[in-house]
Design a protein around this ligand. Structure first.
Ligand code: ADP
Length: 255
């Protein structure tokens, strides 16, 4: 597979203090640069704007307030992109920011424009970094989580694979953070059967999708013959290690 969409969850980029984990971010950039050096094409979908916003202004008090959350994302999006730009520049790679909402995927004309923009950026050796346009995304027009956004991007770009980086090793039969004896499921050929077999915990604190949206993202891309691989993005060099069989995750092969 040559065309890879890599989605990075907010839990991957945040450390325990609610600030952005620069070491993890740096390592992911290193991994992406390495893939590009090996003739892969990469589009990134990155969460973490909210966390970066909190880190930037050191306030987190009104995070339940939607407009305040939008403000945090507006501030943090700049911080996040600055970090990506800084780290990618070590490899001579430019980044391009693309902020989308659900409407962009509903209107064929807009969708076509995004598609062309993505192809053009990648052709120029640029790494597009996509995120939801949170400051204009009120609930009614929201995609709502970047797993779904990543799946739409993968479909739009005719990707070969969607890699979802989260803070767990993969899909388990129950929430691994709550249950010590949770068992990792390494291969998912049938999503309906998976859903009948496992327990899904609650949404994470920053309002992202949890494991449910990751499974639905897999369902979406699998329909288009695109594999999805769920890996632990907090582990250094996880993509390479998974590729070489030194680490495992969950592969949604789709049949
Ligand atoms: P991200 O920020 O990476 O998108 P989320 O917090 O939205 O991550 O979703 C991942 C979380 O889903 C995990 O940290 C885990 O606690 C939870 N979860 C609940 N049920 C399961 C399950 N069956 N398998 C794996 N993770 C699960």
């Amino acid at each position: 597979s040559r065309k890879i969409v890599i989605k990075i969850g907010s839990n991957v980029l945040s450390d325990d203090n609610g600030a952005v984990n620069r070491e993890v971010l740096h390592n992911i950039v290193e991994q992406v640069s390495n893939l590009i050096e090996h003739h892969k094409q990469v589009i990134m979908v990155s969460s973490g704007a909210g966390i970066c916003g909190v880190g930037a202004i050191n306030k987190w008090s009104r995070r339940g307030d939607m407009n305040y959350k939008q403000a945090l994302c507006a501030i943090g999006q700049v911080e996040l992109m600055m970090a990506y730009k800084e780290y990618f520049s070590d490899y001579g790679i430019h980044v391009g920011q693309i902020l989308l909402t659900r409407e962009d995927f509903l209107d064929p004309h807009r969708t076509l424009n995004i598609r062309n923009a993505l192809f053009t950026l990648v052709d120029e050796g640029v790494v597009p970094i996509i995120n939801e346009n949170d400051s204009v995304s009120v609930d009614e027009i929201k995609i709502g989580d970047n797993d779904t956004l990543g799946a739409h991007a993968a479909k739009l770009w005719n990707a070969d694979a969607l890699i979802v980086l989260s803070d767990i090793n993969g899909v388990y039969d129950k929430d691994p953070k709550a249950e010590a004896d949770a068992r990792l499921i390494e291969e998912v050929p049938d999503i309906d059967r998976l859903l009948a077999d496992i327990d899904i915990g609650e949404k994470s604190s920053f309002g992202t999708g949890g494991i449910a949206t990751k499974i639905e993202a897999a369902r979406l891309v699998n329909q288009y013959g695109i594999a999805m691989i769920l890996l632990n993005g907090k582990k250094p060099d996880i993509i390479n290690k998974a590729w070489n069989g030194k680490e495992t995750g969950t592969v949604f092969s789709g049949r």
